[in-house]
Design a protein around this ligand. Sequence first.
Ligand code: GRF
Length: 185
Amino acid sequence: MKRLAILATGSGSNAEKIMEHFAHSSKGEIALVGTNKEDAGVLVRAKKFGVPTFTFTRKEMEAGVLLAKLQEERVDWVILAGFLLKVPDELIRAFPDRMVNIHPALLPNYGGKGMYGHHVHEAVKAAGETESGITIHLVNEHYDEGKIIFQAATSLLPEDSAETIAAKVLALEHQYFAGVIEGLL
Ligand code: GRF
């Protein structure tokens, strides 16, 4: 059984789908949910699934506290599901080709610094794109430039707002992320 840690900063709807999926998987189990936000919604969701949680500050993460916890819990894979801090290189190097992120756009477009959450969908809307989607990729030191594992697209209509684009993209995330992770194990 591979042991997975999920890192999230926000509400954790993706984390919930992943915990649901791995609640009955023969290949992996969710060993830990980590977050840098004391009041993150993901903590409530983890408790619902009986998954241990770990809260840390950016400084603690950068001091190696998170890496030590992941090693102590014998974590094999790290899943970034809406984790908004830059992962320290030391942590990325400790999980070579074993750290996965989901980006709410079709990389390499709409990636890079500042491109997260609603900023992504606003840029897609402003550009008049007729489609958007998700990218699931391995994390390397160049962040959104890691090896792309999976992409799925959804068509956009001129009347779509950044909010409706976000909803269409989130639906794809919930549909595909857990299964793609399982396929990597
Ligand atoms: C998603 O939009 C995901 O693409 C991005 O962060 C968001 C996470 O949403 N990485 P949630 O916290 O899983 O609901």
